[in-house]
Design a binder for this molecule. Structure first.
Ligand code: SAM
Length: 325
């Protein structure tokens, strides 16, 4: 049974940031020069991540997602996948990745027990993709998507952060992919966090209007009920269109997640300034009971909501690349 927080929300989902490093420098996420990296000793070892995940799963969490930074930028991450897949009680094991290294790793990840991937992709134009990511190649991601499908890491979901004046003219093209290629695309509102505070996002209602103007009315479909996305389809399309609207439509009231940073801070909320340090007690020899109590404290500290609004500055000092989205 999942453990509930003070607002009766069952906590079922843990996002694990396995590294703060990334091979890309998306304009709204990281500065060109990157952010000061954690030192090797700061970052949890795989055995440490597994131990903490095991304790947290023991409190009723059943869904794990690896993120980063770029999870595929950490060496041997498929070993971690296998370790996490072996934890009794884990029902879903997923990864959020930029997809650039997926072509080479999808098979090994699937064999290790990964169930599915979400791939971040903000443009279908090679030049623009390079400009947004400052160093990525679109062809690598497209190969990665194909490899993920072949490896059975399904459903592959594609996450696009919509940026006004940068890629918002592509939303219909992405939506068309749900018809032509069965893609499952999710449009995300830019959050004013870190480098994202400088850009301008597009409210989901406007993205939807633009898609409907071009492709006709969307129909609502059931998606992952507990997740933040609302799902639709172009009638008859094999794929789906999701909207994730952290600013225009608060979904905190059904938030079911915790986040563990690469350096072992457990964050009750995406916007938490203060994490619950699990690394120090872990390295000082804490028992599972001690760690469990610390996790319970974090769950109890989960705030009702984060009050982010369109255009409001971020209260969090932690960059998105360290939180893991
Ligand atoms: N490297 C992986 C990736 O690219 O998916 C995982 C980490 S990345 C921080 C996770 C997600 O956060 C990506 O989909 C990225 O587009 C999104 N993201 C980063 N900064 C954001 C912001 N300010 N607002 C909304 N989404 C953001």
């Amino acid at each position: 049974m999942p453990h509930s927080d003070s607002y009766n929300r069952p906590i079922e989902y843990l996002r694990l940031s396995v590294t703060d490093r990334c091979n890309l420098r998306c304009i709204y996420c990281m500065p060109e020069e990157g952010v000061p990296p954690l030192t090797h000793g700061d970052v949890l070892r795989y055995e440490e991540i597994e131990r903490l995940a095991r304790v947290i799963v023991g409190l009723g969490v059943s869904k794990l997602r690896l993120t980063g930074g770029e999870p595929l930028a950490r060496k041997g991450v498929e070993q971690l996948v296998a370790m996490l897949a072996a934890i009794p009680g884990v029902r879903d094991l997923a990864m959020t990745t930029n997809g650039t290294r997926l072509a080479a790793t999808a098979d090994a990840l699937a064999r290790a027990g990964l169930r599915r991937v979400n791939v971040s992709l903000d443009s279908l134009r090679p030049e623009r993709y390079r400009a947004i990511t400052r160093r990525g190649e679109l062809a690598d991601v497209l190969e990665g998507l194909a490899a993920a499908e072949r490896a059975g890491l399904r459903p592959v979901k594609i996450n696009m952060v919509v940026l006004r004046g940068v890629n918002d003219d592509e939303v219909v093209h992405f939506a068309q992919k749900t018809i032509d290629d069965g893609w499952n695309v999710r449009f995300i509102e830019l959050m004013p966090l870190g480098a994202g505070a400088q850009g301008t996002g597009v409210p989901s209602a406007e993205v939807r209007r633009r898609i409907e103007d071009a492709l006709g009315p969307l129909v609502a479909v059931d998606g992952d009920g507990a997740g933040p996305a609302k799902y639709y389809q172009v009638p008859g399309a094999p794929g789906s269109i999701g909207f994730i609207s952290p600013l225009s439509e608060h979904f905190c009231f059904r938030c079911n997640r915790l986040r563990l940073t690469a350096d072992g801070q457990l964050l009750p909320c995406l916007m938490s300034e203060q994490g619950f340090d699990l690394r120090t007690p872990l390295r000082q020899g804490a028992s599972d009971d001690d760690l469990r109590e610390r996790v319970r404290q974090a769950i109890r500290a989960k705030p009702a909501g984060h009050h982010l609004g369109m255009g409001s500055p971020s209260p969090s000092a932690r960059p998105m690349s360290r939180i893991g989205g």
